[in-house]
Design a protein around this ligand. Structure first.
Ligand SMILES: Nc1ncnc2c1ncn2[C@@H]1O[C@H](COP(=O)(O)OP(=O)(O)OP(=O)(O)O)[C@@H](O)[C@H]1O
Ligand SMILES: [Mg+2]
Length: 237
C-alpha cells in the first residue's frame, strides 16, 4: 500500500471503506488525494456515496477501514474533541439544506458560529463577507425573509467567516436554479483563486466545467479521476 507522502494535500483518503451500522456498504476501497489549491468535484448517482465521502474527508464521520488525513494531519483515530479543535478555522462545510438559525438575522447567523467556536469578535469580518456575497442589504433579515439563493449565500458566508483552508460543500446548489448555481460556483472559483481548496459534490452536469478536477463515484467506488474540462467556465457578465 502506498504511504502518505510529505506533499501538501488538503485531503488524503487511503483504502477507505464505510459500512453503516445497518450493513450498507457505502464506500469501498477509496483512494483519493486532493492537493491544496484544487477545486475538486465529486459526481455520481444518488446513493453512490458522495455525502459519505465528504463527511469522512472532513472528519465528521469515520471510516470503517482505511486512513484519513486532513491538511496533512492523520485524523483516523482522533477523538471528537481533538477533531473539533483541529478543524477550527481550517475546515468549513456547506450543506445542501442550509441549517440556518431561523430566529437569528443574517448577520447573527454569521457571527454566532464564529463566536461559539471562540474566534472572537467577527462582526467586521462578517460585514465584509456579506458585502462580498451581495448581502449587505439583507443584514437584519431572518432566513424565512430571504430567497433560496440568498439563504444559500448566507450558509456559504457562515463557512467563509471561519476563513477555512478547505471548504467542503455537499450539493451546495441543489435547491437553486441553474443561473443562481452558476453564480455560486463563480464565487467558489474566485475564492479558490484566493487559495481556498474546494471539495464539492454536485448532481448538476452543467456545473462540471467549473471544477479543476472531477472524480466519479459509483456504488461506493471511484470510477475515474478526470482532469478538469476547461477550468474556464462561462462567467456571469
Ligand atoms: N446514516 C446512514 N445509515 C445507513 N446507511 C446510510 C446512511 N447514510 C447513507 N447511507 C447509505 O449509504 C449509501 C451512500 O449514501 P450517500 O448519502 O453517501 O450517497 P450520495 O451519493 O450522497 O447520494 P445523494 O446523491 O442521494 O445525496 C446509500 O446506499 C445510503 O442509503
Ligand atoms: Mg448526498
Amino acid at each position: 500500500m502506498e504511504r502518505f507522502t510529505g506533499m501538501s494535500y488538503a485531503v488524503e483518503l487511503e483504502e477507505v471503506s464505510k459500512i453503516y451500522d445497518n450493513g450498507t456498504h457505502a464506500l469501498r476501497g477509496i483512494n483519493l488525494r486532493v492537493k491544496e489549491g484544487e477545486f475538486v468535484g465529486i459526481v455520481g448517482p444518488s446513493g453512490s456515496g458522495k455525502s459519505t465521502l465528504l463527511h469522512i474527508a472532513g472528519g465528521i464521520d469515520r471510516p470503517s477501514e482505511g486512513r484519513v488525513k486532513l491538511l496533512s494531519m492523520d485524523i483516523t483515530h482522533m477523538s471528537e474533541a481533538q477533531l473539533t479543535e483541529f478543524r477550527k478555522g481550517k475546515v468549513a462545510f456547506v450543506f445542501q439544506f442550509y441549517y440556518l438559525m431561523e430566529d437569528f438575522t443574517v448577520l447573527e447567523n454569521l457571527t454566532s458560529l464564529a463566536e461559539v467556536l471562540g474566534l472572537g469578535d467577527v462582526k467586521e469580518r462578517a460585514l465584509k463577507v456579506l458585502e462580498f456575497l451581495r448581502l449587505s442589504h439583507r443584514l437584519n433579515h431572518k432566513p424565512h425573509q430571504l430567497s433560496g439563493g440568498e439563504q444559500q449565500r448566507v450558509a456559504i458566508g457562515r463557512a467563509l467567516i471561519l476563513e477555512p483552508r478547505l471548504l467542503i460543500a455537499d450539493e451546495p446548489t441543489g435547491n437553486l436554479d441553474l443561473e443562481e448555481g452558476k453564480k455560486i460556483f463563480s464565487l467558489f472559483r474566485s475564492l479558490n483563486e484566493r487559495g481556498i481548496t474546494f471539495l464539492v459534490a454536485t448532481h448538476n452536469q452543467e456545473l462540471i466545467p467549473f471544477f479543476s478536477r472531477v472524480v466519479k463515484l459509483k456504488d461506493g467506488r471511484l470510477e475515474g479521476d478526470t482532469a478538469g474540462v476547461g477550468f474556464e467556465p462561462t462567467r456571469d457578465p
